[in-house]
Design a protein around this ligand. Structure first.
Ligand SMILES: Cc1cc2nc3c(=O)[nH]c(=O)nc-3n(C[C@H](O)[C@H](O)[C@H](O)COP(=O)(O)OP(=O)(O)OC[C@H]3O[C@@H](n4cnc5c(N)ncnc54)[C@H](O)[C@@H]3O)c2cc1C
Length: 415
């Protein structure tokens, strides 16, 4: 089977590697001129099996920092920590924080080793009903295909969403209209234990601290209007956030920015259609939920894996693509449901109410409930059980029991 993959980011690389392994003739097109700094530095444990399957975990460990969990600070003095060590022993109980360019290179290298051919060019496509065709110029560059269109086109162009644009497919937008700025810093506080990612809720929005080997990635996510109030430039907004929240500094030196600043906006969107007669979208090109809980790279790698699995499965091509699309939509929706608990603040209300009940009724074995909740959260936020009905129902029931009707909550309601 001849497959053209548009985009050599993480999803395109993994799809390429897995499909080339099965004997497909895979060509990836990407001019590959990306900035040195990219979001997607905090990974989740659910990605580790994919990295192991590709045989690249050792390489990732060499450039990354082992991530044992995530600590949330709903207020500066409150600390709600989740550890991946509460995951069952048969799952990896850690993840990594990685510099994106290095991580992407590892996946690209693996794809090339698996037999993928990379053409350093920007792909152009045109629509023909529900089909995606490479433009004559793009096709001519793949000499060994001698002018024949591929059997399958995989759109891995990320937020550029080439297939959706060309085929005029609308997207469902998420409820938030946030802007995010981020950069690498010295002098920003590292959370303990080492490698732990920190999420700090701010007066408006939230901030991430992702410890890397030599620096800390610091990013802010806030509604557009609140961003304008913080300053006119992204640099000013990051600096002002650090000045207004001295607990984010390491107390030893003034936070110092050591990279350029990158900005992202309006990224919550899911395509209404992610597959067609001869094409499928993977990773961000299909949909992106939100940076909270870092599901992006997991979804990117998982979508590539799901598509490769379905293409090796039974049924017609259309059946395979439809099954892939259903699974991908289910995965994105499950992450949306989980992330909503963190934006509404209900997850912290559950935590706080549980603690208060333990104090009030010390004879009741309520600490068991806390343990169950921690394990449930770790399983879902790691990507292993995000879609599983049982933990989702545990979370829904505990939420209803401890916090009550939805209108009572709303500490961090959607802007
Ligand atoms: C603010 C923010 C913070 C985030 N933080 C995290 C995090 O901590 N952890 C995490 O897991 N995820 C995070 N993400 C999400 C993560 O960055 C993405 O989900 C991930 O990069 C998706 O990978 P991808 O392969 O689908 O797309 P991309 O990484 O965007 O790759 C797309 C590729 O397609 C290429 N391309 C585009 N157009 C064309 C064309 N016409 N022809 C050929 N090639 C083309 C591009 O050059 C690029 O190489 C964050 C996202 C945002 C917005």
């Amino acid at each position: 089977m001849k497959i053209a993959i548009l985009g050599f980011g993480p999803s395109g690389s993994v799809a390429g590697a897995l499909l080339a392994r099965t004997g497909c003739d895979v060509v990836v097109l990407d001019e590959d001129e990306r900035p040195a700094l990219l979001v997607g530095e905090s990974l989740v444990p659910g990605m580790i099996p994919v990295l192991r399957n590709l045989g690249v975990e050792d390489r990732v460990a060499q450039i990354g920092v082992r991530k044992p969990g995530v600590t949330f600070h709903p207020r500066p003095e409150v600390r709600v920590a989740f550890s991946f060590q509460t995951l069952p022993a048969h799952h990896p109980q850690y993840a990594y924080n990685v510099p994106r360019p290095g991580f992407d290179q590892i996946l690209q290298q693996r794809a090339l080793e698996s037999g993928v051919r990379h053409l350093k060019t920007r792909a152009e496509v045109r629509a023909e009903h529900d089909r995606l065709l490479l433009s004559d110029d793009t096709l001519a560059r793949i000499e060994h295909w001698r002018g024949k269109q591929p059997d399958l086109v995989i759109d891995a162009t990320g937020r550029r969403r080439l297939s959706a644009r060309v085929l005029e497919i609308p997207a469902d937008l998420g409820p938030r209209r946030d802007v995010s700025h981020f950069a690498h810093f010295h002098g920003v506080q590292r959370e303990s234990p080492e490698g732990q990612v920190a999420i700090d809720y701010l007066e408006h929005g939230w901030a991430w601290r992702i410890p890397l080997r030599d620096t800390v990635s610091f990013g802010i996510v806030l509604p557009q209007q609140a961003a304008t109030h913080l300053g006119s430039s992204p640099e000013e907004r990051l600096l002002r956030t650090l000045q207004n929240n001295p607990q984010l500094g390491d107390g030893l030196a003034e936070p110092q920015r050591v990279s350029a600043v990158q900005t992202y906006a309006n990224y919550q969107l899911i395509s209404r259609k992610g597959v067609g007669a001869n094409w499928a979208a993977i990773g961000d090109a299909f949909g992106f939920v939100d940076p909270m809980l870092s599901p992006g790279m997991m979804v990117a790698l998982q979508s590539a894996t799901l598509l490769a699995e379905e293409l090796a499965g039974a049924g017609s091509r259309r059946d395979q693509l439809d099954r892939y699309s259903t699974k991908m939509t289910r995965m994105l929706r499950a992450w949306m449901e989980l992330i909503a608990y963190f934006y509404s603040g209900r997850i912290f209300e559950m935590h706080q109410t549980g603690k208060e009940m333990q104090n009030r009724y010390p004879r009741l074995p309520l600490h068991i409930l806390e343990k169950i909740m921690n394990a449930t959260m770790a399983g879902m936020a790691s990507g292993f059980t995000t879609e599983s009905p049982f933990p989702r129902n545990v979370l829904r029931s505990v939420d209803r029991f401890l916090v009550g009707a939805p209108e009572k909550a709303g500490l961090f309601a959607v802007a």
